[in-house]
Design a protein. Structure first.
Length: 437
């Protein structure tokens, strides 16, 4: 997590001051619930809230932790310094450190998910706009990087929109799964704290009580959360790779916006490189790097250990901050991306009608030619285009075996581009609903 790839709203979630503020709210709400149950005096619970508007001294907490070697105890000691040791006498009553740490971590993940969902909404909006803008912009589709058949640029954007919409649902589900809290005490049995305290704290902080915790909240929830982030990152890379491919000199059907004064190379002044998309490919690798550690965190010794702790202190901030930055950057790439329809047509016709081979193949079979013979006839003429630079339609018209099955008008008709775009509206309706019509 470095400033170059960070945005302030997301980094603020992981700031130590934010963490200690959440810890305070957990402890203060727990005191309220304890007072309601008659476990602690009401005046003590009220006194804790004197720290509501206090800015916790992070350096002081760090100094205490240097001696105690325990972060939660360091915080509680500092809290007592603020509200008074007598007033703080009942803070953390019946609780264990994981009650604070795990509940806080889930609150941070929920807040991070909310930012990521907003990021995805912005990206979906950009993808939708570009999809409709280029709904009928014909380009060649490729398989294995080789010309296949015509498609449209709008369908490319629509495909990415559908993928990101699925990712939004995944992220919503991940947010829901991780939005739990636990105030269940040592080994999760509620022996020293009433379950009503957990219910109150969770209600106040927008969480659901964890049905059963073993002193820690089960880490399968977090594994699912980080797995969802990993899938989103992979989809970001999927889009970025397409942009990078389109910007290759030999393709140049689209490119990242190149600003006035921007430089592409320290050595070659002519360069306009897809640096943003390449950067996104790299950032996606980092986010995916959090998935395996999160899954390995699921298995803990007995009711708890802290092998997961160091992992989460790193992957929590790093994965969410990086993904937030990547989603925002990708939205900018899509929003400003320059599209070249003329180059798309030039590329499509580079092999002189070859991309219509399947239509001719199917027409021959419809005319009574066996599939094997039809394939042989079409491939025979197609190879002349590849190897000799011939024109595909001209070769078909001159092929006696082909002409024995298909007339000139029938062959001419097979080179109509509109044939390949006739179901674009249907696909758009599937992706965007009836508003696409």
């Amino acid at each position: 997590m470095i400033p170059r790839y960070s945005r302030p709203e997301m980094t603020a979630i992981w700031d130590p001051a934010t963490k200690f503020r959440i810890w305070f709210e957990i402890e203060a709400h727990a005191c309220d619930a304890q007072a309601d149950l008659g476990v602690i005096p009401r005046e003590n619970a009220d006194a804790v809230w004197k720290a509501r508007d206090v800015e916790f001294d992070v350096a002081r907490i760090d100094a205490i932790e240097a001696e105690t070697r325990h972060d939660v105890i360091a915080f509680l000691t500092h809290l007592a310094e603020i509200v008074g040791h007598d007033a703080a006498r009942f803070v953390h009553q019946g609780m264990t450190s994981s009650d604070v740490l795990d509940t806080c971590f889930n609150i941070q993940l929920v807040r991070a998910a909310d930012i990521l969902l907003a990021d995805m909404d912005a990206l979906l909006s950009a993808l939708r706009r570009r999809a409709f803008e280029h709904k009928d912009t014909v380009r060649i589709g490729r398989s294995h990087g080789i010309h296949a058949e015509p498609t449209t640029m709008g369908l490319t954007f629509a495909r990415f929109h559908a993928e990101m919409e699925r990712n939004r649902h995944r992220l919503e589900a991940a947010r829901e799964e991780v939005a739990t809290g636990a105030i269940s005490g040592a080994v999760g049995t509620f022996a020293n704290i009433d379950p009503a305290v957990e219910e109150h704290v969770c209600a106040q902080l927008g969480l659901k009580p964890e049905p059963i915790s073993t002193q820690v909240i089960p880490r399968d929830r977090h594994a699912a959360f980080f797995a969802a982030l990993g899938v989103v990152a992979s989809s970001i890379e999927n889009i970025a790779v397409e942009v990078r491919h389109m910007q290759r000199t030999e393709v140049l059907e689209g490119e990242e916006f190149f600003a006035k004064g921007q430089k592409g190379s320290s050595a070659m002044p002519h360069k306009r490189n897809p640096v943003l998309s390449e950067n996104l490919t790299g950032l996606a690798r980092l986010v995916r790097g959090a998935v395996i550690p999160a899954m390995e965190n699921v298995a803990l010794w007995h009711e708890r250990d802290i092998s997961h702790s160091s992992v989460e202190r790193m992957i929590g901030p790093d994965a969410t901050v990086t993904l937030d930055f990547a989603l925002h950057r990708l939205t900018g790439v899509i929003d400003k991306m320059v599209i070249y329809p003329e180059t798309m047509l030039e590329n499509m016709h580079k092999f002189r009608g070859l991309v219509m081979s399947q239509r001719v193949l199917l027409a021959l079979t419809q005319a009574g030619v066996s599939r094997e013979d039809a394939y042989r006839l079409v491939q025979r003429n197609a190879m002349k285009v590849w190897e000799e630079g011939k024109d595909f339609k001209t070769e078909l018209l001159a092929d006696a075996e082909v002409r024995a099955a298909l007339g000139e008008d029938e062959i001419e008709e097979k080179f109509d581009l509109g044939y390949h775009t006739k179901h674009v509206d249907t696909i758009f309706e599937r992706v965007f609903g009836t508003s696409a019509l």
